[in-house]
Design a protein around this ligand. Structure first.
Ligand code: AMP
Length: 182
């Protein structure tokens, strides 16, 4: 599957804004709204993803709330595939299945509609999110997909914050693709 050159990665990275101390002190927030606001960069990113996944015989694209919706839904439309949202609890209106995951203090949960993959047997699924940090959300989403018997082809992230270790952890169980490693 296709990857980007170093120059292409540098270009995309240059369109993402770093915001210090957001949402709390000590966090360097990777703000992708500047990439989305740059039509050349957004098109470049989506063309790359289309190119990488167009021959993978995917059945569904799953996006994680909320920035994973933007990238995932745009890619689903480009690849002429259905889009499935994974959300925080009590946001999806119909019957859901859920997966709990641990936070530093306490637990959280994510949900997906029970009929999201319809009756398809072993559907081929791509998971998309904007960023992987500790990986808690992404691991729960991968497990949710795997637990309903779907085939998770790859989990794709625009940004991988390597030092937080999420991708290293996730890689031991699923195939992942990080476009930009930071
Ligand atoms: P995690 O479960 O720790 O891997 O966190 C991943 C989610 O939190 C992603 O969906 C991101 O949108 C968001 N996130 C975590 N850290 C950052 C950061 N430094 N900049 C932007 N988004 C972040």
């Amino acid at each position: 599957m296709k990857k980007l050159s170093v120059a292409d990665k540098d270009y995309l990275l240059s369109t993402i804004r770093d915001v210090k101390d957001f949402p709390k002190p000590g966090i360097l927030f990777k703000d992708i709204t500047t990439l989305l606001n740059d039509k050349k960069a957004f098109k470049f990113l989506m063309d790359h993803l289309e190119d990488r996944y167009k021959d993978e015989n995917l059945d569904f694209i799953v996006g994680i709330e909320s920035r994973g919706f933007i990238l995932g839904a745009a890619l689903a439309s480009k690849l002429d595939l259905p889009f499935v949202p994974v959300r925080k609890p009590h946001k999806l209106p119909y019957i859901t299945i859920s997966q709990k995951y641990s936070l530093e203090y306490g637990v959280d949960e994510i949900e997906m509609h029970v009929d999201a993959f319809r009756d398809l047997k072993d559907p081929r699924v791509l998971l998309v999110d904007d960023l992987i940090a500790t990986g808690g959300t992404a691991i729960a989403a991968c497990d949710l997909i795997a637990n309903v018997g779907a085939n998770l082809v790859e989990a794709c992230f625009l940004i991988d914050l390597l030092e937080l270790g999420g991708s290293k952890n996730l890689k031991t169980r699923y195939q992942i693709y990080s476009i930009l490693e930071v």
